[in-house]
Write a protein that binds this ligand. Structure first.
Ligand SMILES: Cc1ncc(COP(=O)(O)O)c(C=O)c1O
Length: 374
């Protein structure tokens, strides 16, 4: 990790603080070792050629927008964006913060044709002390680096990118809402800009970061969501890209989402395999708080076996609850059969989805094989 990042991280000398408390976990549950291994690997890669935050050029907007309290998700963008170009021949270019604006892409751009791209999602919150904190951002940087490997996009120094993002948030910090339930959503995006119809490893790419205000992801925060569980559609499969944040995973899920709505449900409960394993809910990880088959109180979530996105909220919930005691926090397979039996035997205490956008989202009912399960 670069010295500069460590300093700004720990001392917050510029007034913007990262929430690192939750990342300093001395006793990590064994099941979380995989994600730690990823961070460690990524740290090892930090010696790779990369852009440097110290070179950042800032061109502030001469016409900052009026800040309307628009909390409809993903619509009210801040004044600035970060962009960093890369080419195979020249490597990473100077990072630039500039007024938010359109991109100019060649119509053959391989991100558009073949989905050679990825994104991340993290949030900055304003605390009661008026400080702005970004929630566990290094975990997003690690996940982004892993998605980049999977998409054949170039590696970058995660700490340098985080420092550039910190500078962007600092510049647009007036956009961070003052209300506890609202936040600033940060969307790093990484696309191939290859202007060729050949399907090949990109020789040029663009990493950019935009930010928008975020309120409640769903329309009504208090209302539990309903899920449509049908094996007809699959979100992810072994050896696929479901454990990376790549756009195709989401575009490919849209039709199922609409079919869920036809069945009067808000989200899809993604199933996998002949035994209808429960994997994720919409674009959230899923948790079942129940009395398991052995009579134990358990908070269970499916393991990271390649078809689950390793959510940062998921990781945080596992880390916190495994320290609480009183019930087991477990990564284990869960099937619809087990859920149906547990519901009949009144062993289900709660089900919820987790993710940066919604945080914790209670699940009210599941529509499965023609039946409404509560
Ligand atoms: C498919 C999927 N699962 C789970 C999550 C939750 O991940 P996180 O907690 O890092 O937001 C997301 C959100 O990005 C997602 O897209």
């Amino acid at each position: 990790m670069s010295k500069r990042f460590k300093e700004s991280n720990l001392e917050g000398h510029s007034g913007l603080h990262f929430n690192t408390a939750a990342t300093a976990e001395p006793d990590v549950p064994p099941a979380l070792k995989e994600s730690n291994k990823l961070s460690a690997t990524s740290m090892g890669e930090n010696s790779i050629p990369s852009f440097k935050a110290a070179d950042l050029v800032v061109r502030p907007s001469s016409r900052p927008k009026a800040k309307q309290p628009t909390f409809s998700f993903g619509t009210a963008f801040t004044d600035h964006m970060l962009s960093i170009e890369w080419t195979l021949s020249e490597g990473w270019q100077t990072p630039l913060i500039r007024p938010l604006g359109s991109l100019s892409l060649h119509p053959a751009c391989s991100a558009l044709h073949y989905g050679i791209q990825l994104f991340e999602g993290l949030k900055a919150y304003r605390g009661d002390d008026n400080r702005v904190r970004i929630f566990r951002p290094m975990l997003n940087m690690s996940r982004m680096a892993r998605s980049a490997r999977r998409a054949c996009l170039p590696a970058f120094d995660q700490s340098e990118l985080l420092e550039c993002i910190r500078r962007l948030v600092e510049l647009d910090q007036d956009w961070v809402p003052h209300t506890a339930s609202h936040s600033l959503y940060i969307r790093p995006t990484f696309i191939s800009t290859e202007s060729s119809l050949g399907i090949k490893k990109p020789t040029c790419a663009l990493l950019y970061v935009i930010m928008c205000q975020a309120g409640s992801y769903f329309n009504d925060e208090a209302e539990p969501v309903s899920l449509w569980a049908d094996p007809k559609y699959t979100r992810a499969w072994k050896g696929g890209t479901g454990d990376c944040k790549m756009g195709g995973n989401y575009g490919g899920a849209l039709l199922a989402q609409h079919e869920a709505m036809d069945y009067g449900c808000q989200q899809v409960l993604w199933l996998h395999g002949g035994d209808h394993q429960i994997t994720e809910a919409g674009s959230m990880n899923i948790f079942l708080h129940w009395i398991n088959e052995d009579g134990e109180e358990e908070l269970a979530t499916p393991p990271l076996d390649g078809i689950i996105l390793p959510g940062i909220t998921r990781q945080s919930i596992l880390e916190l609850t495994s320290k609480w005691g009183g019930f087991k926090a477990t990564e284990r397979y869960l099937t619809m059969g087990q859920l149906c039996t547990a519901l009949k035997q009144q062993r289900v205490k709660e089900m919820f989805g987790s993710g940066t956008a919604c945080m914790i989202c209670p699940i009210g009912r599941v529509f499965y094989q023609g039946e409404k399960l509560y």
